[in-house]
Design a protein around this ligand. Structure first.
Ligand SMILES: [Zn+2]
Ligand SMILES: [Zn+2]
Length: 258
């Protein structure tokens, strides 16, 4: 019997975990096949392969360039696994915070990032609606500093699994509140506000793992016991995967011509 490809196993596990939980604990009642689901499935499959290819390229790049800070690299590699993973999460999310903030302030970067904000329904599947350019850019910004600093392969593997798991968790359409945990780790209650339809709230809650970063930088927004009423941007939500793919380039070239 042929082996089931990992990409299929991955989406099966996600469906198995999130579909029943979202059914029982939904913030917003919505259909399983809600608007844009097929577009997001396309993003899941393309994102899976782009993510794997990017990781391989980054490892080659890191191996070729790692000699730049050997003392620091051997010091980091000697620390306990728990400490390495904790520090990797902090550095990785700080890097993400910076690039994410730029995506919200630099107009041409926003043309790519607006695709992620176009979802009018936020659930586990909305996680993957990320333009390939953004996916490669954010992955490079998060992983290159970690490779250079010499984190062990085990620490990087745990960090990668944690990053993927929390990304799906914070988008999930679940209304569970985590009174203490919500200050330590990003939750749906935290990230859903980042997808609120009001443009002034897009640039709030920019971290995706550590809410404290937003607290420190003054971009934290989490009203008690509330979730946004509406999600999305002005972007046409009826559009498909291919149109979303070319949207930023069309927009940029149009601006250049005008
Ligand atoms: Zn998001
Ligand atoms: Zn954003």
């Amino acid at each position: 019997m042929p082996e089931v490809p990992d990409v299929i196993k991955g989406i099966s596990i996600l469906v198995f975990i999130f579909v029943p939980i979202e059914k029982v604990l939904a913030v917003h009642q919505q259909k399983l096949f809600r608007e844009g689901w097929f577009t997001d499935i396309c993003y899941y499959f393309s994102g899976y392969f782009i993510g794997h290819s990017t990781t391989k390229l980054l490892i080659v790049f890191a191996l070729l360039s790692q000699r730049s800070i050997p003392i620091l690299s051997s010091f980091v590699g000697q620390q306990s696994l728990v400490l390495q993973v904790t520090v990797a999460i902090f550095i990785g999310d700080l890097s993400f915070y910076i690039i994410h903030r730029l995506m919200h302030t630099v107009p041409w970067l926003w043309q790519f990032h607006t695709i992620h904000h176009s979802s009018t329904h936020i659930d586990w599947l909305a996680t993957v609606r990320v333009h390939p350019f953004e996916q490669i850019l954010t992955k490079a910004c998060q992983m290159i500093p970690l490779y250079w600093l010499g984190f062990s392969t085990e620490a990087l593997a745990i960090y990668a699994i944690f990053s993927s798991a929390i990304a799906f968790f914070i988008h999930a359409n679940i209304s569970v509140r985590f009174p203490i945990l919500k200050w330590i780790i990003a939750t749906p209650e935290f990230h859903h506000w980042h997808h609120d339809r009001h443009p002034q709230l897009y640039a709030q809650n920019l971290a995706v793992q550590l809410p404290i970063l937003d607290y420190i930088f003054g971009t934290w927004h989490m009203p008690d016991r509330e979730f946004p009423k509406q999600y999305g941007t002005e972007l046409n939500t009826k559009t498909n995967y291919f149109n979303y793919l070319i949207y930023p380039f069309n927009h940029l070239f149009k601006n250049k011509r005008n």
